[in-house]
Design a protein around this ligand. Sequence first.
Ligand code: ZN
Length: 227
Amino acid sequence: MNVARIASLVALLTACGPSASKPMTAPSAPQTPEHPIVQAGAPVLRARAAAVDPARIGTAEIQDLIIKMVAAMREAPGVGLAAPQIGVPLRVLVLEDTDERMARLTAAEIAERERVVVPVRVFINPQLRAVGDEKRTFFEGCLSVDGWAGLVERHAEVEVTGLDEHGQPATMRVRGWPARILQHEVDHLDGTLYVDRMVTRSFSTAEQVKERFAGKPIAEVLAVFGL
Ligand code: ZN
């Protein structure tokens, strides 16, 4: 076990709240990302990622991977990331949601999406099961399909079990947006992208979604697409 790396990871995962996010940068000064996200078309996004041997979780390789994934997710910024999205074909996902990342949504949109603050979590070799039969449909995007969005139906509630960053058993049972994030990220580990599940006629640029549907109730959005 690499104690120093685990200690630095623990510090990263516990100390960095929303206020520790990167400072705002001027929109006129785009920068090359420090952690580029693999884009659709790359074979790593279409392969089934390999399970991590639990004995390897404490190694520098896996601890560094987790640190890099959290950094990439925050840099993007996104609310979840799977290891294949940074080119690593292993069954590891991270998720985190913050008030800052939902700041562009109205209170009604946050409530409709059941979007809540989720402190950063790590799942290694996650297994997902749906809880109940309820479904929800919302626009969803992906850091690996940059600039686009589509309506995707997901289970309203799920339970994920797996191992955490210490190799300890971990379970998360959640509803709403975190449930959507987990379904999206576990899909990545099986080589599935949201475009495989979306209502294809809803495929839109992120710009159009923002311009036309921001602040609108989902019933109104679904009606536009004849759903
Ligand atoms: Zn994605």
